[in-house]
Each structure stands twice: as structure tokens, then as C-alpha cells.
Ligand binder design. Sequence first.
Ligand code: AMP
Length: 608
Amino acid sequence: MERVIGIDLGTTNSCVGILEGDTPTVIPNRGGYKTTPSMVAVTEAGKRLVGHIAKRQAITNAENTVYAQKRLIGRKWNSPQVKNSVMTSSYTIVEGPHSDVRIELRDKTFSVPEISSMILQEMKIVAEDYLSETVSKAVVTVPAYFNDNQRQATKDAGAIAGLDVIRIINEPTAAALAYGFGKSMDQTVAVYDLGGGTFDVSVLEIGSHGVFKVIATTGDTFLGGEDFDARVIDWLVQGFSEEHDIDLRKDRMALQRLRDAAEKAKCELSSVKETEINLPFIISTGRNEALHLQRALSRDMLETLTEDLCQRTIDICKQALDDAKLDRDEIDEVILVGGMTRMPAIQKAVSDFFGREASKGVHPDEVVALGAAIQGAALVEEQQEMILLDVTPHALGIMTFGSYFEELIPQNTTVPTSRTKVFTTSRDNQTAVKILVMQGESKQADENELLGEFILTGLRRAPKGEVEIEVTFEINTDGIVSVHAKDLETGQEQSIQVTATSGLTQDEIKAMAEEAKDYLVERRTDEKFEQAKQEAETLIAEIERLFPDVERIVASSDFGKDAIGKARSVVDKARSAIERKDTEEVQEHVEGLARTQRMFKGVVSRAQ
Ligand code: AMP
């Protein structure tokens, strides 16, 4: 049976898991790390870098290194969140052809799902290397608060990466799955998830028969670790400006270094009380004199700088309990997810609010990928014993006369579900009605997300208000929305499946997927070459080291001279093949080099 991987596609880091037998396991990448930075870069030579290697060069190549693109996925160009990112990112964000968002790296423009696909592809490679088999199916997690366009964009990212995303599940649901997996319990749990870019909190019931029911979920897609970093950056920039009257924000490289230093200091302050931020040669003055930045930051100061952010998460927790109609003491367990929950002030605020310590049994960085892997396995196994009941994170409805939003399916309704409502026409002799399908919580339609639209035509002519149209909304388990409209008198009807859009057309996705395939072939070839090169170079170094001794020992004999000549020739040929990047030839020479090395070693050891 084909294996399904679970991917936690995080704002800051991503993680991939698999169910091995009965054990959910996180798959380490080649460097041995269990998480991979969600970063993509393009080098001057046009080479694509993903993960740790992208992060390592982020400072020197800030303009061509993308981070936190999850904040942009599935969003429209004119959304306030995008505007915010355009102002604060070190890479260039531009408007795409479908009012979507694109990112410029070197001389190429990429869509956001394309950037995400590069990370998904990397996670696919990590899993394939570990399993020694091709992986083509995945369950990918998203914040519970993602709307349909953001979910669709994540699915498209999977398609570009060559992955069939068989299910998108919510991060907190995945966390609860990992927490409750294999245990027999009847509990109400709260999942508090504060990651690099997003925050959400969900309340779930875990039933003893493997039923995971989400009761309420709420959050903020623009509240996360980066906002905490930003406070530290502001503090550093302001201090520097007061001292030197120079705005460090104007220098992209300085800003990237500040960003790194701020995050590092924040993380350190989770385990120590005070840390030093030291950035030598941060900027040069107009007079060509280099300035350094050096400041001590205490945990107390960090807590003061970020107090309101911490409080905002607690307000959202209150909201979640209200939505779930539960009191704090009805929560049996609190599960912390996301790197930011290592901050002591966060842990304290959460335990003060819920009146209990959070669960220690789950690893905040790994739990989501593990849950996704569990769900992935359950979806392909016939005898699955797990039932997952999720809710719609946003209300669904239509725009009515006067630009009002008329809600049909409220927020936090368990899916699958369907609702019907009768509307009347607003104009005399109106023969057609345009139905705008929207998602969101605002009473003002234009403040919500437009999911799709269709026109119901052929209505009978009648004075306004006389034609009654019955509108039915349906959401299936995959979160796909379909809408059905019917003129109650004539029976005239029409329906659409609302396909949320990532801002990409099917053709664009196909073309991008082809490019991703080419990249994979190129990457695999590169890897083979690197491996052969490394083997050859190690052997060459060893042979070179032994050369003087071997020459001394055997140079007097014709046989020896011949052997040395041959050894030189093998080394030269291998070097030339390395220079020409001819993988096959290098691989062929590795054998000859290994023979020479063995022979040299033998000569030297016999002479001793
Ligand atoms: P995630 O999206 O779950 O990978 O969370 C990443 C966020 O957690 C980033 O903002 C990190 O800076 C933050 N983070 C990671 N480790 C720590 C730590 N020890 N203390 C505070 N924040 C951390």
C-alpha cells in the first residue's frame, strides 16, 4: 500500500512525519534536523536553495531569500496583510496577473504557491531519502483559521511539488490527533498554537472510540513569533537611531541581520535571563566609518516589549471558550504547539488562564506533522478506527442587497453540513440574480473573502420581492463548498461548486509542476555528482598524501615508475572529470582511485 506522509508546512519551519507500524515518526533531513526552515533562495548563479542552506545565506542574499511566505499564500494583492508584508519584507513582492501576489527573485517572478511547493518538494525528498521509495501522497496541515482560498493555494502548492494532497487538515486538529492517538480517553482539550506567523486556538473533544470532534476554533493569521521578533527589532532600531541618528531599516542587509539577531535573542531568553545582542559592522556612516551594535536584552525587557501580543493570544483563548460554550475548568488538558510556546511568559499566561499546566507529553515542533501522518495513514487504511469531525473556521454566506453579508452556515459548524434559506428579488421584473458566495465574519460583505460567484438566470418577471429563491449551501468533508439556487415558483435552478482559488490557473499550475519536475531531475543529478565528487576527492587526498612515501620506496624499479605514472594519470583524469562535472566519469574513476589508494597503502605498510 502506498505510504502517505504528513507535512506540517509552517511559517518558519516545516516538518514531515510518517506512521511506521503503530508509531508516528518524524523524519529527519540529511543534516539530522527534524525540522527544515521554510525558506527559499536563489543564488547569483541562479541556483535554488531550500531549507537550512537558504537560511545560512539569508543575510548576504537578503533580497533573494524568501521567508514567511505562508503569510501571503492565497491572499489577494490588495489585502491589508499583503500591504504589510510588502513594507516589511526584505524580498520584493509584486502584484500578479490575477490580483494575486508574486515574489521576485533575481530575474524571475514566482507565485506564492510555487514558493511553498519548493518547501513541500524538499519535505518529499527528505521522506523519499528516508523511505527509499517514491512518495506521491500527503496530508498537509494549515492553520485552522485559513479560509478556502488559502487552503486551495496550499493544495495547489502540493500539486506543483508533485504531491497529491489527499487531505488538508487543521494544525490544532493534527496536534490533538497526535496527542490522543492510541490512548483511550474521554477528554476536552484546548490546543494553543503559536508559531512563527500565525496563532490559533481550538477546543476539541476526544472520545474513547477514536472520535476527534472540533468544537470551536479561532485565531489570527497575522500573529506569531515574527511579531515578537519585530518588537525586539523596533527596540534595537530605535536605540540605534537615538545613539547615532541612523535608521537601520533603510539597509536591507542590516535589517536581515537584525531580524536574525532578534529571533536568536528571543529564543535564548527562553532559557536564560539575559542575553547580549552583538552585531559588529552593522552599518557604515557617510564618512566611511563602521558602526557596531551591542546591547544587552533581559527576559523582563522582552516580556515588557511583547506583553500585549501575549495578551492578544489570551483574549483569543477566551473567545474560543465562549464559542465552545465552555468554562475554563471544563478543559481537561492544554496542548502547546509551535516554537513560540517555549517562551516562559507564554507558558505562564496560558497556565494562568486555564488554571493548569500544559501537557508535557507532546513535542511542540513535531506534534502537527505526526498528527498529519496519523491522518494520512488512516485515510488509506481500510479498517480505520478514527473519526475526525472538523468545523468550518469561517461563516459562509452570500452578499445581499446593500452589500450586506447574509450568513447561511455559521462559524464553527461541524462539517459536512448543509443549510437552506429563501431570499427574494430586490428589483421589479428582475430576471437574473447574481449570487456572490463569501466567507467571513463581517456584516459588511466587502470585508469578507469572495469565494466565487454565479448568476441564476431565467427568473419570471414579477414585482420586487415576489420571486422567491431558495439557496442551499453544502460543505463536504474536504471543505469543498457547493451552492444551489432555485426559483421556487418556476423550479428554475442552478448550482456551482465553489472552487476557491489560489490565484493560479490550471495551466499555470501544470507548467509550474513541469518546472518542479525538471528541478528534481537536476537536483538528483547534482546530488549524484556531489557524492561521486566527494568520494573521488577523499581518495585523491589520501593518494596525494601517500605519494612522496610511495615514490621514495618504489621509484628505483621500472615497475614502480610505471605504477606511479598510472596513479598520476588516474588522479589527473578524475580531477578533469570533476572539473567538467561529468558524473558518470567521476563515478568510473572512483574505482580506479580506490584501487590505487589500496595499492599505495600496501606499499607503504610493507616498507615499514
Ligand atoms: P513554528 O512555526 O512552530 O516553527 O515556530 C517558530 C517560531 O517559534 C519562531 O518565531 C521562533 O523564533 C520561535 N521559537 C523557536 N524556538 C523558540 C524558543 N526556544 N523560545 C522562543 N521562541 C522560539
